[in-house]
Design a protein around this ligand. Structure first.
Ligand SMILES: [Cu+2]
Length: 143
């Protein structure tokens, strides 16, 4: 995401200003039209499922649904020397899973989570509450 500073400056005014825009064509999307993100989260999926980023890029996930979701990297699904990431700020998949079992680490409608990718490679992650229904995604980071 490259326009974040600009959008942050606009703040919530942008959201109000664009609330009438229904470019995506469904009822819920107009609520989200005023802010930018890289990966959206529908009821049961990350969109896009595979996101391509470059080294140093900050990827922003946004919960564009009414369900509670997590972004939880797989310990063994990221490059060996890469920093682990999970919504809630946990240091490992185990820690994130334990937290989620107690209801922590999720983010709600319209909330965002972001992570800056410094190591090239392939990063697999999952949404813990929707793991069984296949809600998982990949970030591919290139130089
Ligand atoms: Cu989910």
């Amino acid at each position: 995401m490259h326009r974040r500073a600009y959008l942050a400056a606009l703040g919530s005014g942008a959201l109000v200003g664009l609330a009438g825009c229904t470019a995506l064509g469904n009822v819920g999307s107009s609520l989200f039209g005023g802010e930018e993100y890289d990966v959206g989260m529908t009821r049961n999926a990350f969109v896009p499922e595979t996101y391509e980023a470059t080294v140093g890029e900050t990827v922003v996930w946004k919960n564009t649904s009414s369900a509670l979701h997590t972004v939880t990297a797989y310990d063994d699904g990221i490059p060996e020397d890469a920093e682990y990431f999970a919504s809630g700020g946990y240091d490992s998949e185990t820690e994130a899973r334990e937290a989620w079992s107690e209801g922590r680490g999720g983010f709600d409608t319209r909330e965002t989570f972001e992570h800056t990718f410094e190591v090239p490679g392939r990063y697999g992650y999952v949404c813990l509450p929707h793991e069984r229904t296949g809600m998982a995604g990949i970030v591919v980071v290139t130089e």
